[in-house]
Design a protein around this ligand. Structure first.
Ligand SMILES: Cc1cc2nc3c(=O)[nH]c(=O)nc-3n(C[C@H](O)[C@H](O)[C@H](O)COP(=O)(O)OP(=O)(O)OC[C@H]3O[C@@H](n4cnc5c(N)ncnc54)[C@H](O)[C@@H]3O)c2cc1C
Length: 387
């Protein structure tokens, strides 16, 4: 079994890593201090990313992207994932749902995104519908030839700096043998349309500069052509086009855990107590060995999952769930132990560990909580046995 990267893959990783270290990392302190991503910085990074072909690298070449396969794209995510998310997101990897755009949607929404002119956000979650998305209350009802949308979404990332939202809303109900089921549909909605309000979100413990917003829809009228996929096909759209979004979270977690570990390793080798480097004490060195082993496992799982996605195996959902749950929980363990290794300095902002620690917490929650990932994995194990 050959685990080596090809020359092109290694070059892609090195290029993306060098870009992140040079163009993103120097701005981390600014974001921590202000909690804001300056728009001119966002634009500057986006333009530079376009120059070296990283912008929209997850889209097919026929649409203006770099056409990366999942392994190569995961390498990019790993290469830029160690820096603050708000900065990494300036290298835009647009939502793959936009690949499903047709007709007017292409010119009006998809192409300006691929040209780097605007940003999009995605709105599924609601105050009363988080893990249970099928319980969403936001509705779109037929009126004339249009759809009229009402409801509230919350926790929506970066809505305040986006031009439109990929919105999921219930367009009706079906009676099935298992009870009533909502028909969920997907719409592209301008965020400056009459009746749309983008409000500030909650104060987050981490991820400074990565905004979360509340979006309210009050009789918002959209035309028929703004629906993506057919009516009631919202989850099919997600399943077909969103692909391994959870793998992106896993790659970010892997990259952050590696960064935290490197800080701890360096500290263990250079910090002296009792007349010798603290790394000579087993209380410090054995956890380093455990962390290194977990990092190796995480990387193997991550890259193997990306490879499995590229093979088109039918197990994508549970494969990606395994990578997400393992890498996000591994990050929590590694950054916690890295802080312990560094003692008091570990919790000071002079080292990046306290920020990585705060930023890490949400990784076990968004894109599906750890419990939901375990549900996906266990369901695939038990279902064939009739349980
Ligand atoms: C900073 C941030 C940004 C986000 N960005 C976006 C975004 O851009 N767009 C978007 O649509 N959403 C976004 N989300 C929403 C995110 O995906 C949800 O927070 C997540 O899916 C969990 O939903 P919830 O927070 O409502 O928790 P809940 O669903 O209320 O869950 C609460 C707890 O109950 C557990 N639980 C729920 N159901 C089960 C079950 N069946 N079995 C076992 N345990 C269960 C959960 O695992 C969790 O521990 C974001 C969230 C955050 C925090």
């Amino acid at each position: 079994m050959d685990f080596a990267l090809t020359e092109e893959q290694q070059m892609l990783f090195d290029t993306a890593r060098a870009f992140a270290d040079k163009e993103l990392m120097p701005h981390e302190d600014l974001l921590e201090e202000t909690g804001e991503l300056p728009p001119e910085l966002d634009l500057e990074i986006r333009k530079k990313a376009m120059e070296i072909g990283l912008h929209a690298c997850n889209f097919p070449t026929s649409m203006g992207g770099a056409g990366l396969d999942c392994v190569s794209f995961t390498l990019v995510e790993k290469a830029i994932g160690h820096v603050s998310l708000a900065l990494a997101e300036c290298i835009r990897r647009p939502n793959n749902i936009l690949e499903a755009c047709e007709g007017q949607q292409i010119e009006r929404f998809r192409d300006p995104i691929l040209r780097g002119e605007i940003r999009e956000c995605v709105a599924m979650t609601e105050p009363d519908a988080g893990s249970d998305l099928k319980g969403m209350k936001t509705s779109a009802r037929r009126e004339g030839g249009d759809w009229v949308i009402n409801g509230t979404k919350h926790f929506i990332s970066n809505a305040q700096i986006s031009s439109f939202v990929i919105l999921f809303a219930a367009t009706g109900e079906d009676v099935t043998p298992k009870g009533t089921r909502k028909r969920i549909s997907c719409f592209l909605v301008d965020l400056d349309a009459p009746g749309v309000e983008v409000a500030p979100g909650y104060k987050h413990m981490g991820q400074r500069g990565y905004y979360n917003n509340i979006i309210r829809f009050d009789d918002v009228r959209v035309e028929d052509w703004q629906m993506v996929g057919g009516e009631g096909q919202g989850f099919e759209v997600v399943n077909t086009w969103l692909g391994p979004g959870r793998l992106t979270v896993a790659a970010t977690c892997q990259a952050r855990a590696e960064r935290a570990f490197d800080v701890a390793l360096d500290f263990a080798a250079t910090r002296e107590q009792f007349g010798q480097p603290i790394g000579k004490f087993q209380g410090i060195s054995f956890p380093l060995a455990d962390m290194a082993t977990e990092l190796r496992l995480g990387d193997l799982l991550l890259m193997n999952t990306a490879w499995r996605v590229d093979q088109g195996l039918p197990t994508m959902a549970e494969d990606c769930a395994m990578a997400k749950v393992y890498c996000s929980e591994m990050l929590a363990r590694v950054v916690d132990q890295s802080i312990q290794t560094c003692g008091g300095m570990g919790v000071m902002a002079d080292l990046p560990l306290e920020r990585i620690y705060r930023d890490a917490r949400v990784e076990r929650i968004w894109e599906g909580t750890s419990e939901i990932q375990r549900h996906i994995i266990s369901r695939q194990l038990l279902r064939p046995l009739g349980a």
